[in-house]
Design a protein around this ligand. Structure first.
Ligand code: DC
Length: 656
């Protein structure tokens, strides 16, 4: 599976328009339920479009501990699970389930019913999330589950007590619907049939629909009386449907639909549509009720701004879409008055106390927030403020707050890696539909010694723009790798180092952890090392956001390999600066002689020809003219003349 490396923070630019199409990753809720059902079923199940994220990995790891055979991996989108018909090959073991509620609750019930001695634990936050109502229901049937820490909370020990259904199984429904989901998924294994009665008002009902729908796909039809009781017929057993495809994540869709609504749009999500089994598609109905225009197809949904541009203030009961409701808290920032999000008490027992967390972070950007036990009232900011946003190890906090950049302020998202829980590619997907607010970018690339560095800096000065010498960032990473003794082909280590690099560019100086390394990064050893590590995709990805953070008013001149194609694809002017290899060799020769160094013109000519050849053939970010780039052959041109030509092109374009 792919392991992504995230920097300690991301600096997101203010966003103006949002437009485009996003293919959603698989739904977490469906992925983990499907994995468990496939493991419990008779026969082999091929699962397609499985989500590849932290929570699904925890479930896959748990199945491995239980001895369930799983082939393929989620990164490829297809796994095959050999079902064990309810009898796990391993009858004991320790399961670490991270912060994955969709793994912890259903596995607790499934293992209690299957029998065996297990310890189930998670991250500290998982140990603060309640599970007492589920344990009480299972123990009432003879499971004998013990608390290893605080009563009512994980970690748990399953002692292998025999579960027997005699009479109705009662479970509370007003803390987490996952308790009911867990019982429904597990009880068919008793073969005795069971009547499950819900005590209290059931919350998050659409998640129960997902559970029932998937159970039916695996051959178990549950009879129900509204939301109060559920009957599992006797003699049932799970049978594989053969092949099953996981729908796109409807909660993940909410960020992009909101982006379309607040950012002009249209933004389309693919992977969920009208026929989705996920309750969170109802988020689109909520958007519509605010005036946002929504269109739907079988497998897609699209949102765009209200026809009159006004997002209506709202007062909505959001109990049925607790996860997507968080996105509405951010949409509220753009509404025409105070907005009330009601009946959201379950937020308090999720990945973090989401009511408290949301209130704190929305206030940072300038909103007025009133916080109650089970509601929030959000008043849109009168003055937006840039801020550093805490994410509380909660993927949804990071994804929601990233949309607040639409308020015209830059935001720093701390610990952005928490999105890996359900949507590892979130920030790339967001960038792909984002148009940074009106900040012009000039991207300049070209072969070695084409003078692009000198010319780019002159262009930045002439326009009064910021300047990014992206090569120096790769050079600093190379220097840090050499100093820390990291092997230059150790992609994961190099990328981790790149992600945590403390680099500051001040004028013509480059600082690494406060030390001026402007000279040190220009040595031959560092040049060679930079060229090698620049071919590592994981490093390029780790450095991408660092480079994007240079974007700012009044504009940016960005120089380097993939500036116009990957890092700033929105650049209004892209220039490919070339010169004949002979002229480039002569320029480099003069540079070296002027510095008092010895140099051979023939040697430089050969070096440059070889480098051109190597660079244009490399598979990652090869040297070449970006799509839409204008080529400027500077053979016979002074740097001043090349600069004037580029500035002329820029002004032409602005005036057009
Ligand atoms: O432009 P430069 O020589 O300072 O760049 C140092 C190395 O980094 C060089 O091998 C090219 C590589 N590089 C890159 O791959 N992508 C960039 N955007 C900038 C530089």
């Amino acid at each position: 599976m792919s392991t992504r490396i995230f920097p300690p923070h991301l600096d997101l630019p203010p966003l103006a328009g949002m437009r485009g199409t996003v293919r959603l990753p698989g739904s977490k809720s469906i992925s983990n339920r499907t994995l468990l059902l496939a493991a419990l079923a008779e026969g082999e199940t091929e699962i397609r479009d499985l989500l590849d994220s932290d929570d699904t990995r925890r479930m896959l790891e748990a199945l491995a501990v239980l001895g369930v055979e799983v082939n393929g991996d989620a990164a490829s989108g297809v796994v095959r699970v050999r079902g064990c018909g309810g009898l796990f090959p391993n009858g004991e073991g320790k399961l670490f389930l991270g912060n994955a509620g969709t793994a912890f609750r259903p596995l607790t019930a499934a293992l209690a019913v299957a029998g065996g001695r297990f310890e189930l634990s998670g991250v500290p936050r998982m140990h603060e999330r309640p599970i007492g109502d589920l344990v009480t229901a299972l123990n009432a049937m003879g499971a004998g589950i013990e608390y290893l820490g605080t009563p009512g909370f994980p970690p748990l020990r399953l002692t292998g007590g025999a579960v027997k259904v005699s009479g109705p199984v009662r479970v509370r429904g007003d803390v987490s619907s996952q308790f009911l989901t867990a019982l429904l998924l597990a009880l068919p294994m008793t073969r005795d049939g069971a009547l499950v009665e819900v005590e209290g008002e059931l919350i998050s009902k659409p998640y129960i629909d997902i559970t029932l729908n998937l159970m039916e796909r695996f051959g178990v039809a549950v009879e129900r009386d509204g939301w109060a009781s559920f009957r599992i017929p006797s003699g049932t057993r799970y049978k594989t449907p053969g092949v099953i495809a996981v729908e796109g994540d409807a909660s993940g869709a909410s960020y992009f639909l909101a982006a379309g609504g607040i950012g002009g749009g249209p933004v389309r999500v693919e992977g969920v549509g009208e026929r989705s089994i996920q309750g969170d598609v109802r988020f689109a109905d909520a958007l519509e009720s605010l005036g946002i225009q929504v269109a739907r197809g079988d497998n897609w949904i699209e949102a765009r701004a209200p026809a009159d541009g006004r997002i209506r203030a709202f007062d909505l009961d959001l109990n049925h879409i607790p996860d997507a409701a968080m996105t509405l808290a951010v949409v509220a920032l753009f509404a025409d008055g105070p907005c009330r999000l009601a009946n959201i008490a379950s937020w308090r027992v999720k990945e973090t106390d989401r009511i408290a967390a949301m209130a704190a972070e929305l206030r940072k950007v300038g909103a007025g927030v009133e916080e109650g036990d089970d509601f929030l009232v959000v008043t849109p900011p009168t003055r937006w403020q840039g801020a550093a946003i805490e994410t509380y190890d909660d993927h949804r906090m990071a994804m929601c707050l990233s949309l607040a950049t639409r308020g015209g302020v830059p935001l720093r998202i701390l610990d952005p890696g928490c999105v890996a829980k359900t949507f590892p590619e979130y920030f790339e997907a967001l960038a792909s539909v984002s148009q940074p607010e009106g900040v012009p970018v000039v991207a300049i690339d070209g072969p070695g010694a084409s003078g692009k560095g000198t010319v780019a800096r002159m262009v930045a000065d002439a326009l009064g723009f910021r300047y990014l010498d992206s090569g120096s960032i790769y050079r600093v990473a190379a220097l840090a790798a050499i100093r820390n003794g990291v092997a230059l082909d150790d992609e994961a280590e190099i990328a981790a180092l790149g992600a945590h690099l403390d680099v500051v560019c001040e004028g013509e100086s480059v600082l690494l952890s406060g030390e001026d390394v402007s000279e040190a990064i220009r040595t031959e050893e560092v040049s060679q090392a930079a060229s090698r590590i620049a071919a590592l995709p994981a490093l390029r990805e780790a450095l991408m956001w660092r480079q994007r953070a240079f974007l700012g008013r009044p504009g940016l001149v960005a120089e380097g390999r993939d500036m116009g194609s990957v890092v700033f694809p929105q650049a209004g002017l892209k220039v490919y600066l070339t010169a004949s290899v002979e002229e480039r060799a002569a320029r480099r020769h003069k540079q070296l002689i002027d510095k008092g160094m010895r140099a051979s013109l023939a040697g430089l000519l050969q070096d440059l020809s070889e480098r051109d050849e190597r660079d244009s053939r490399r598979s990652v970010a090869p040297l070449g003219k970006a799509e839409g780039a204008r080529e400027l052959d500077s053979t016979g041109l002074s740097p001043q003349a090349a600069c004037e030509r580029i500035v002329g092109w820029f002004r032409e374009q602005v005036c057009r």
